[in-house]
Design a protein around this ligand. Structure first.
Ligand code: BG6
Length: 483
């Protein structure tokens, strides 16, 4: 069996310490990491290996809480190494080579500023580490527009072939996102209904209660459109809207996703105010506490960056012609809510006079809990039906948490699955170059429209569902947000 190595660039950074090492810990705990695996962390911080290990252990205890287990830590610690050095210094790569000596297969995880991706790839090649059995995982943001994304992709492509570049979108590692594929393609029930014939509209919401936290300067360069819509929201949209792939082979799935992105109707500058809403939070009350506005956050100031965006998007193909896909994401919303709602059409004719019938609705909830529910109209149990049957909507619930509680007592971090897939060389859940670039092309059109129309973000107080324009966006079509 080939010995494997993971090399984590940016090992002392927030993502590595909050997500990646805890994910590796859980994988080790579940016996899913290969026995012969070396995990090399590298960063500029001048730490000795034992200082790094102690720091990582402390973070792990904090992050894993009750799931921390000394015996698992002892096993993981044996795999851990640390190399202190700058990503642009050839000497760093010599030190890495020494640490991974004996490994025949490498996964390089670049959790650094994207401006370093090209430099790291080049240095890996010079050190003889970028051979055919090595692959590279890259984090977002992959640029801030099509051109910068292409530039990053070109610099990676100069060293790694496309099948060895794994672009992460952590939403693709979430259990319910996977379950969406099962729901659509392992059942016959929904497929005949899954089109403009039965679906009135689709809503995809990613709402967070947190503000920008400690990331003002990063966030201010990107905003909600680039930070959330270009990747997470569009990936969810692809999985809802794509045609059934011929198999679950990586390219079969990704071919279908990219077709959706190519069919997204571009939003011309003249229509941008009709189809998009930008917002920015100001001081308000979130989670019962008074919180500062975006501009008053640590490191903040005057800014035109949006912390909320809502879009009505259309997919110009046979299946979805004319069906609005409402996309919405924001910080400092009233609750943490990530869900996809498929709103079916109402009955064509009601035999129940004077009774309001609510059209069926499928809700796929990703956060805070993982749940799928289908709302159906039902007769309320009663003998007092003189004025006609009493009807009310009831939800058929499939709670992933409850169903699997015994088998999976812990909610997995999305990165666990993604790390494992990359170690096992399966790129299905990673974003292909054409997907990333096509998504940017659509986003660039919106940014361009905002600039031409000088569409500044409307203010909304922390703790509400964005500016009032967001409601007008759906109401214009006779629809309303499901909250
Ligand atoms: C990240 C964004 O990609 O996703 C953050 O940069 C955002 O701004 C985060 O908070 C949300 O992820 P999740 O998994 O907590 O919904």
């Amino acid at each position: 069996m080939t010995n494997k190595a993971i090399v984590l660039f940016g090992a002392t950074g927030d993502l590595a310490q909050r997500m990646l090492y805890p994910s590796l810990f859980h994988l080790e705990s579940d016996g899913l990491l290969p026995e012969a695996l070396t995990i090399v962390g590298t960063a500029r911080a001048p730490l000795t290996p034992s200082e790094f290990t102690a720091k990582t252990r402390n973070h792990l205890i904090e992050r894993t809480g009750d799931h921390f287990c000394e015996a698992v830590w002892v096993r993981l610690e044996k795999k851990l190494r640390y190399v202190s050095g700058s990503a642009d210094a050839p000497n760093t790569y010599k030190k890495i080579s020494t640490q991974v000596d004996g490994a025949g297969e490498f996964v390089f995880y670049l959790s650094t500023s994207p401006s370093l991706y090209g430099v790291i790839a080049k240095n890996l090649a010079t050190a003889g580490l970028a051979h055919s059995a090595s692959r590279v995982i890259v984090e977002k943001p992959l640029g801030r527009d099509y051109e910068s994304c292409k530039e990053i992709n070109d610099s990676l492509a100069a060293i790694f072939s496309e099948d060895r570049i794994f672009r992460i979108d952590h939403y693709l590692g979430k259990e319910t996102v996977q379950n969406l594929l099962a729901l659509r393609f392992a059942n016959t029930l929904f497929e005949p209904l899954w089109s403009k014939i039965s679906v009135e509209h689709v809503q995809i919401t990613i709402a967070e209660t947190v503000g920008v936290e400690e990331r003002w300067s990063y966030y201010n360069d990107y905003g909600a459109l680039r930070d959330m819509v270009q990747n997470h929201l569009l990936q969810l949209l692809c999985l809802v809207a794509m045609e059934p792939p011929a198999s679950d082979a990586p390219d079969a799935v990704r071919d279908e996703k990219v077709k959706v992105l190519r069919s997204l109707r571009s939003i011309p500058a003249s229509d941008v105010s009709q189809h998009t809403v930008r917002g920015q939070y100001i001081k308000g009350v979130a989670d019962g506490e008074t919180v500062p506005g975006y501009g008053e956050e640590p490191g903040g100031g005057d800014s035109d960056t949006e912390t909320f965006v809502a879009i009505s998007a259309y997919i110009d193909n046979w299946r979805w012609a004319g069906v609005p896909f409402y996309l919405r994401t924001g910080k400092r919303m009233p609750s943490r809510e990530t869900q996809i709602a498929v709103q079916f059409r109402n009955v064509p004719h009601s035999i129940f006079q004077d009774k309001e019938l609510q059209a069926n609705r499928l809700i796929i909830k990703l956060q805070p809990d993982e749940k799928i529910s289908l709302t159906l109209m039902n007769k309320a149990p009663s003998l007092l039906d003189a004025g006609g049957m009493q009807l009310s909507p009831v939800a058929l619930n499939l709670s992933v948490d409850e169903a699997d509680q015994e088998q999976f007592p812990r909610r997995r971090i999305a990165y666990e699955r993604l790390l494992l897939e990359a170690i096992n060389n399966n790129p299905t859940l990673f974003v292909r170059r054409d997907e990333a670039e096509t998504a940017w092309t659509w986003i660039d059109g919106i940014v361009d429209g905002w600039q031409r129309q000088s569409q500044a973000p409307s203010k909304y107080p922390a703790g509400v569902w964005g500016p009032s324009g967001a409601h007008a966006l759906t109401e214009r079509n006779g629809h309303s947000w499901i909250e």
